[in-house]
Design a protein around this ligand. Structure first.
Ligand code: HEC
Ligand code: HEC
Ligand code: HEC
Ligand code: HEC
Length: 192
């Protein structure tokens, strides 16, 4: 997870929490389709969400006013700009989106951006009666953004100084990322 390297100090606790689970080679991203069959409702709502569509913002003349606000050039095609990839696609530099394989599947902020690359937890987390569940899943790389690593997962993008808007929007620092009202930006709450 390259994004983590650009974290401001405040979210540094999240680095410790996440890297503790990755003692060996980094897990592979499997893609959003690998979540769909078991989490259909969440998948469908995510698909319509602004996070799922975040790649489209990089196209020329999309949100022209907002681009000017951050000193970006409205007519530029930022879909080809490396410096935007960490936060607008999934698995950049980690086997997901790349300029050689610019597949739709990896565009936007996908499931594993927030929940961790799934290679090692995919099968494991399907076992509902797993002993020491939380601990084992965490070790296998599963993240629950509001619990296991705290709101740091959201902050890696929203709070990072690599985000062109973080310097001009104080609200990014003042927000409580754990507030359930933000759910509408990613997906419906799971049915208990
Ligand atoms: C084969 C079915 C299956 C697939 C595929 C699957 N899941 Fe799950 N997932 C489950 C089950 C079962 C649970 C446990 C639900 C429960 O206990 O209520 C779960 C729970 C979760 C949880 C909550 C974990 C917890 O312990 O609280 C997250 C997060 C999650 N899945 C993410 C994903 C992501 C991301 C993908 C795709 C990479 C995915 N799942 C693919 C079956 C699946
Ligand atoms: C470190 C993560 C990060 C990087 C890198 C990044 N963005 Fe974003 N971007 C965000 C986040 C988070 C938002 C949500 C708005 C906010 O933060 O205020 C966003 C929002 C946007 C928006 C919509 C703004 C609005 O208010 O409607 C545009 C346009 C955008 N980004 C373009 C870019 C471009 C172009 C680049 C590369 C030059 C880039 N971003 C790089 C994280 C990032
Ligand atoms: C922008 C970050 C983000 C993205 C993208 C995202 N999630 Fe989540 N997900 C969360 C948060 C935060 C929670 C915690 C519960 C809540 O706030 O609703 C959660 C909860 C869950 C849960 C239930 C965990 C529990 O508490 O039992 C599952 C299952 C899940 N997500 C699957 C997915 C799948 C599948 C995708 C992609 C289709 C996805 N998520 C995309 C942030 C995200
Ligand atoms: C990989 C980077 C990334 C992560 C991680 C991420 N976001 Fe975002 N988020 C974005 C981008 C990019 C947008 C811009 C979407 C748009 O404007 O259409 C955005 C938009 C938003 C917005 C609406 C714009 C604003 O600033 O009001 C909210 C609210 C939000 N995200 C909350 C969250 C929460 C809560 C989490 C964690 C559970 C999270 N995000 C995780 C990249 C990210």
């Amino acid at each position: 997870m390259r994004v983590l390297r650009q974290l401001p100090l405040l979210a540094a606790f999240a680095i410790v929490a996440l890297s503790a689970g990755s003692a060996w080679a980094e897990a592979k991203f499997l893609g959003n389709a690998s979540c769909e069959k078991c989490h259909k409702e969440i998948f469908d709502s995510w698909k319509k969400s602004i996070h799922a569509k975040a790649f489209d913002l990089l196209a020329p003349n999309t949100r022209a006013d907002k681009k000017k606000e951050a000193g970006l050039k409205p007519a530029e095609d930022y879909r080809k700009d490396k410096s935007c990839m960490n936060c607008h696609v999934m698995g950049w530099d980690a086997g997901g989106y790349s300029f050689d394989k610019p597949a739709d599947e990896w565009k936007g902020v996908g499931c594993e951006v927030c929940h961790g690359a799934a290679e090692r937890y995919l099968e494991l987390h399907d076992k509902k009666d797993l002993a020491k569940r939380d601990k084992k899943l965490k070790q296998a790389g599963l993240t629950k953004p509001l619990e296991s690593s705290g709101p740091g997962t959201c902050a890696t993008c929203h709070y990072s100084f690599d985000n062109p808007y973080s310097k001009i929007r104080d609200k990014n620092r003042e927000r409580n990322w754990a507030d359930p009202k933000w759910r509408e930006t990613y997906h419906v709450a799971p049915k208990k």
